[in-house]
Design a protein around this ligand. Structure first.
Ligand code: C2E
Ligand code: MG
Ligand code: MG
Length: 761
């Protein structure tokens, strides 16, 4: 096939076939984002970091995409939305873009800064621009971020960073957002000296490729091509474009030009003129040197903490020589920082990051490098001391299996991380006089010699951190190969789940709950179902946990909530007689700062009365941030929403929270209910929990009722409501009707009456 050469990415047969069927007609949209991502050089050829990644992806796939150069970045996004292009070469993932694009994992990170006019008040946080005009590039992820998180800012959309800077220097806007590299290009290189950096924007670009989201196979293929790039390839591209030396070189050439012009002028001017001109030039050179130094600093440092940024850290990693014992790389991620940032505001968030940077600096024994490489992630590179190994025995620091060699290094790394975590947990005094405890989780990897591929090491440490956040929050985990496997497969899950949410592969089934005394269907539990086009039905037990880990649970949960409320409303309008619909809520969803507002908005949109909604939460919720959980529970309860505790008895079952919280129902865990007739201890647990619930004035539901013998016991124990296969499995909406509910009620009455017959005779 023309245009196809030997490909390096390992595609499945169907992916390869699909790609061939496109017959070189896939269109990739490109817009100039100088000076780093993409720009037209003096020969009219596109150059830049993102262009090199695009070249590498094409080479790995053995194809050539049709390159469509858009007039601006905003135009490129418009073209992607209108399906005029199929691939976007460089974009950060945002909620709005996800409605038409599907993203690969990021291949580059760039930090964003706030710029103001020199001499103006240096407003160093977006929160301070409320009511002010602030310039952003049209169609950029920053534009969406500021619009969503700071609705009070008066956004002014420029077609390019150059235009944003022109507006800033002309006094048409109070501030502008830009990366350090584009600031250099537009402000200093173009001679706009009255521009000053005032702070970090609080949102950094994580740049991915993206494919149109109605062709999921395309993004899968792009991801595989990116995954197939060797560490050497990645390092070469990153090193070439993350260094500001190119732009510095351009600038120095210009400086030489200035000096030449100056020299010619000197010949024509009188001595005094010469003197003044010389002074001016000196000032300009000094100013430019200062600007250059500042921007070079910015290219490698993080404004908020003053530590190295990701590029700076990568450079330090490359330079490090791991001798003797090798080097240890530890990533420290602050727990729930995103939530805290939302709750307390960005300014406090920045203060915490700054204090954390200072604290890490003070407790670390001379690290080789210390950096903030992402929003809430710090990276520490340090030398492992061979002499220390004897002191750290493996027994002190148990290690993952399958690591016979280098045990000393690993033990030392573990000990180091544990010490670090202890320090981090000490209360932090903030400027508003509050004391906050910030917890963190660590992931790490041992770099055994200087030959290690640095990007790979960093990726491994990132995988370990991600894994630790999921498996051992607040603790430390060392990288091992099985984590990587797990991570890539969870990436696939994330992509597929995202598609499922958007393309209608999810639906709900409803399981009735019956009142044992009144023999009536009192409610329905909504249970989410996923009909995967290839795998068929995927059980929620499998995909809910992936949704929780990837953060997609918020979107998934919101969809479930809206759909269940909408259905309950329809049933009520059809005259079906029931009290409520019960919706399961994950912990991750509940602790979302926006949760209460989202629930109330769904009720408003669907028109379901609040007392007709029951939210099923689990006991693990109370092991989280108890105060904020309580506040959300109380505020929703004040609106009339009911709460039940699902799977009661499997969590930490504290009586204390039951007394304090507005929870009116406990749902006994089905493992006890299923066993109730065979296992005495299960029966005792159910009996005790029922009595406890009743003594606190709560309603008790038993789920997992599969046979009449179990129902009998539950009746004897005075359980209020039952749910289980004995009455009905979860059913699709089409099966629910007034007649069906009537039949269930009669059936439950029949079971009870039959059972009581011998006693009556
Ligand atoms: P859950 O909330 O405890 O739901 C009850 C589970 O027990 C359901 O499984 C239901 O089909 C099953 N079940 C009901 N009666 C019987 C019975 O008599 N015998 C047996 N053996 N099982 C019975 P399902 O649908 O597979 O859901 C599993 C779990 O997935 C749910 O447990 C819940 O934790 C979660 N889940 C389901 N839908 C959602 C959702 O929309 N959001 C969230 N966050 N979680 C959900
Ligand atoms: Mg449930
Ligand atoms: Mg349950």
């Amino acid at each position: 096939m023309p245009g196809f050469t030997e490909a390096a990415a390992t595609l499945t047969e169907s992916e390869r076939l699909w790609l061939q069927q496109q017959n070189n007609t896939l269109r990739v949209g490109i817009a100039e984002v100088p000076p780093q991502q993409a720009y037209l050089n003096e020969h009219g050829k596109l150059e830049g970091l993102a262009i090199e990644y695009l070249d590498a992806v094409e080479a790995a796939l053995g194809v050539e995409f049709e390159r469509v150069l858009a007039p601006s970045y905003g135009d490129m996004m418009r073209m992607a939305r209108a399906r005029e292009i199929d691939i976007v070469y460089a974009a950060s993932r945002t909620a709005e873009r996800e409605t038409f694009l599907s993203f690969t994992s990021p291949y580059n990170y760039v930090s964003n800064n706030i710029f103001v006019r020199a001499g103006d008040e240096p407003l160093n946080s977006l929160a301070l621009f409320s009511g002010e005009r602030f310039a952003v590039t049209e169609g950029s992820a920053v534009s969406e971020y500021v619009h969503t998180h700071y609705p009070d800012i008066n956004l002014v959309k420029a077609r390019s960073s150059a235009e944003a800077f022109n507006m800033l220097t002309a006094g048409q806007v109070r501030g502008a957002a830009a990366t350090a590299a584009s600031a250099y290009k537009y402000a200093y290189e173009a001679g706009l000296h009255n521009v000053a950096l005032s702070g970090s924007l609080g949102y950094d670009y994580a740049i991915s490729m993206a494919g149109r989201n109605d062709w999921p196979v395309l993004t899968g293929i792009l991801q595989k091509a990116l995954d197939s790039l060797s560490s050497a390839q990645i390092e070469t591209i990153q090193a070439r474009w993350s260094s500001p030396s190119d732009s510095a070189r351009v600038d120095l050439a210009q400086l030489r030009e200035y000096l030449l012009v100056g020299a010619l002028s000197i010949g024509l001017l009188v001595l005094t003129g010469l003197f003044l001109w010389n002074r001016m030039l000196q000032r300009e050179v000094a100013q430019r040197r200062q600007a250059e130094a500042r921007l070079e600093f910015l290219a490698y440092h993080d404004v908020t903490t003053g530590l190295l940024n990701r590029s700076g850290f990568l450079q330090a990693l490359e330079r490090c020589e791991c001798q003797q014992g090798g080097c240890g790389l530890v990533l420290l991620g602050l727990d729930e920082f995103r939530v805290k940032n939302e709750l307390w505001g960005q300014q406090t968030g920045n203060e915490i990051l700054h204090c954390m940077g200072v604290r890490l600096k003070s407790v670390l024994p001379e690290p080789l490098a210390l950096a903030r490489i992402g929003g809430d992630v710090f990276a520490i590179l340090f030398t492992l001391d061979a002499n220390e190994f004897e002191k750290c025995t493996v027994e002190d620091n148990p290690l993952p299996q399958g690591h016979e060699s280098g045990r000393g290094e690993r033990a030392q790394l573990s000990a180091f991380a544990e010490r670090l975590l202890e320090e981090v947990r000490c209360p932090m005094q903030l400027s508003d006089n509050s004391r906050q405890v910030i917890s963190a989780t660590c992931g790490g990897v041992v770099m055994s010699d200087g030959q290690e591929r640095v990007t790979l090491c960093l990726q491994q440490a990132e995988v370990a951190l991600k894994y630790a956040k999921r498996e051992q929050r607040g603790g430390f985990m060392l990288y091992n190969a099985s984590m990587w496997q797990d991570d890539t497969s969870s990436l696939r899950w994330t992509e597929q789940l995202l598609l499922a949410i958007k393309s209608g592969q999810l639906f709900l089934e409803y399981q009735p709950q019956l009142d044992l005394q009144r023999h009536r269907v009192v409610g329905f539990e909504a249970l989410v179902r996923w009909l995967h086009p290839e795998r068929g039905r995927v059980p929620p037990g499998e995909f809910i946990s992936h949704a929780e880990q990837s953060g997609l649970i918020s979107a998934l949960g919101e969809w479930v909530l809206k759909e269940a409320c909408r259905q309950a409303c329809t049933w009520r309008m059809q005259g079906l007689d029931f009290d409520y619909v019960a919706v399961n809520v994950s912990v991750r969803q509940f602790v979302d700062a926006d949760f209460a507002r989202k629930v109330l908005r769904v009720l408003e949109e669907t028109g379901l009365p609040a007392h007709c909604l029951e939210l099923e939460i689990t006991e693990t919720l109370f092991m989280n941030e108890y105060d904020s959980v309580c506040e959300t529970l109380h505020s929703l309860s004040r609106h009339g929403i009911r709460f039940s505790i699902d799977d009661f008895g499997t969590g930490f079952s504290s009586l204390l929270y039951l007394k304090q919280l507005p929870v009116e129902t406990i749902k006994l865990a089905q493992e006890f209910v299923l066993d109730i007739t065979g296992d005495a201890s299960s029966r005792q647990i159910v009996s005790a929990a029922t009595q406890l619930g009743h003594s606190l004035g709560m309603r008790v539901i038993a789920e997992g009722v599969e046979d009449e013998a179990v129902e009998q016991v539950l009746q004897d124990l005075n359980c209020d409501v039952v749910q289980g296969y004995l009455y009905s499995k979860p059913v699709p909406v089409s099966e629910v009707s007034a007649d069906w509910m009537q039949r269930l009620a009669l059936q439950s009455r029949a079971v009870t009456v039959t059972r009581h017959l011998p006693e009556l005779s």
